[in-house]
Design a protein around this ligand. Structure first.
Ligand code: FES
Length: 106
């Protein structure tokens, strides 16, 4: 079984196997999403689920508060789709975001 994941704002669509995290699925499809620890602790991969449901997996309260979960935020490194999803990736504007660093032309 597979779930469809549509990324906003670019409307890119990919699929995730059951039990696969959003980050794993994106990486498998060659998409770069913000990431840090990859283990639910730093919060750099945080994004929004606009439609659908996820299993938050090993997300920690430090990186993703109960209030954020209630507001639809997830950690892409931990969240596993339990339905088709529409997600919004976080703007990569933090100076601590390694994806920003990688995107710069050095
Ligand atoms: S990459 Fe650190 S919480 Fe997801």
């Amino acid at each position: 079984m597979k779930f469809s994941i549509t990324l906003q704002p670019d409307n890119h669509t990919l699929t995730a196997e059951v039990g696969e995290t959003i980050l794993e699925a994106a990486t498998k499809h060659g998409l770069q999403l913000p990431r840090g620890c990859g283990d639910g602790a730093c919060g750099l991969c945080k994004g929004n689920v606009l439609q659908g449901t996820v299993d938050h997996g090993k997300s920690t309260e430090i990186a993703l508060s109960a209030e954020e979960r209630a507001a639809g935020k997830v950690l892409f490194c931990c969240a596993k789709p339990t339905s088709d999803l529409v997600i919004e990736r976080r703007e990569m504007s933090s100076s601590w975001d390694m994806s920003d660093w990688d995107a710069q032309a050095y």
